[in-house]
Design a protein around this ligand. Structure first.
Ligand code: NAD
Ligand code: IPM
Ligand code: MN
Length: 356
């Protein structure tokens, strides 16, 4: 199969982990006989540096002309004083591409169980999916600043809530048939609209058990009893915060991937973590979140399930063989660099091809 993929490495550790996705895709291309046409463009701080803007027109055009987009990370202290923030480019990209449903799977497995600072018996059965609304809410409302008064508005239209919640119900149907909708309906009007919409839609999904949790309660329950959850659906900012919290269940934000989707097969795929300025340029970053984002692209945008599973398997085997980056908190295993872990994953994809 021929596919065109836009590569947006971005800033900080973005380019370091992007190498992992590219090398893994090249190995998949060879093993399964596909043709991936990959083109790299700047975004975020690197867009500001090269074109004076965090989302250059050519970058956006190339993304629109591709079958899928892979993004590393944007941002960093280097652009703090600049009139435009690198993050603006990422938000504009998500909005322009209309990828409103952001899937953030959090699944524990044997390789991860000793990594979390939480007790093993609490985290071991974690298998949840956060569906985060990605193109609305407080991120995209009007922002004003007049003297000592600042304002960010949180606006949701019913259609924005409905389309994301519907996708979450569909995912729950394919999984353990449980949906937790997270809001702050005791305080926010937008959350009351959110909850009403979920209640309305739940009538169409009577085979799915639906519950509503206030976000503060959900934040507690997520680390107290993570196996309570199957699919969590929530608005943009709550989803952002809860997903970083959920990464603690696996021990590192470096391993969490994401897929941002819309109605057709197109998608934007990026790790949940940021540009990690504290470790950037040192070959220390964990490339797993980026590599798993590429695996999600193979699955969701290209329907290449076997290829996606081959990536996941190679990564797990590399972890199980003891190759772990420094963020994976455990003394037992040898710590390798970002590029060494990438090599180990690529080697396992190729080796499987030989033994198959
Ligand atoms: P961060 O996710 O970059 O880092 C948080 C912590 O996790 C740091 O200690 C970092 O070293 C560690 N970490 C992150 N990714 C890692 C990886 N792959 N391997 C090992 N350790 C990893 O969050 P932050 O420090 O709050 O933000 C830094 C910058 O990144 C900011 O400018 C922020 O806006 C941006 N950011 C971008 C994205 C994105 O592009 N999607 C996401 C989050 C944050
Ligand atoms: C994420 C990031 C972004 C967000 C930032 C960089 C704008 O934190 O993808 O989780 O808040 O959506
Ligand atoms: Mn975030």
């Amino acid at each position: 199969m021929k596919k065109t993929i836009a590569l947006l490495p971005g800033d900080g550790v973005g380019p370091e982990v992007m190498k992992g996705a590219v090398q893994v895709l090249k190995a998949i291309e060879k093993r399964f006989g596909h043709e991936f046409n990959m083109n790299e463009m700047p975004v975020g701080g690197s867009g500001i540096d090269t074109s004076g803007t965090s989302l250059p027109d050519e970058t956006l055009q190339m993304c629109k002309n591709s079958d899928a987009v892979l993004l590393g990370a944007v941002g960093g202290p280097r652009w703090d004083g600049h009139s435009e923030r690198p993050e603006k480019g990422l938000l504009k990209l998500r909005s322009e591409l209309g990828v409103y449903a952001n899937f953030r799977p959090v699944k524990s497995n044997a390789a991860f169980q000793d990594m979390s600072p939480l007790k093993k018996e609490i985290v071991k059965d974690t298998d949840l999916l956060i569906v985060r609304e990605l193109t609305g809410g407080i991120y995209f409302g009007e922002k004003t600043r007049v003297d000592e008064r600042a304002e960010d508005s949180l606006v949701y239209h019913k259609y924005e809530i409905e389309r994301t919640v519907r996708i979450a119900f569909e995912e729950a149907r394919k999984r353990k048939k449980k949906l937790t909708s997270v809001d702050k309906a005791n305080v926010l009007e937008s959350s009351r609209l959110w909850r009403e919409t979920v209640v309305e839609l739940s009538a169409e999904y009577s085979d799915v058990e639906t519950e509503h949790l206030l976000v503060d309660h959900a934040a507690m329950k997520l680390i107290q009893d993570p196996s309570h959850f199957d699919v969590i659906v929530t608005e943009n900012m709550f989803g952002d915060i809860l997903s970083d919290e959920a990464s603690v269940l696996l021990g590192s934000i470096g391993v969490l991937p994401s897929a941002s989707l819309r109605e057709d097969d197109f998608g934007l795929f990026e790790p949940v973590h940021g540009s990690a300025p504290d470790i950037a340029g040192k070959d220390l970053a964990n490339p797993a979140g980026m590599i798993m984002s590429a695996a999600m692209m193979l699955k969701y945008s290209f329907h290449m399930n076997q290829e996606s599973e081959a990536v996941e398997k190679a990564l797990q085997e590399a972890f199980n063989a003891g190759y772990r980056t420094g963020d994976m908190r455990t003394g037992k295993f040898q710590h390798v660099s970002c590029s060494q872990l990438i090599d180990q994953v690529v080697y396992r994809i190729e080796e499987d091809a030989v033994s198959a």
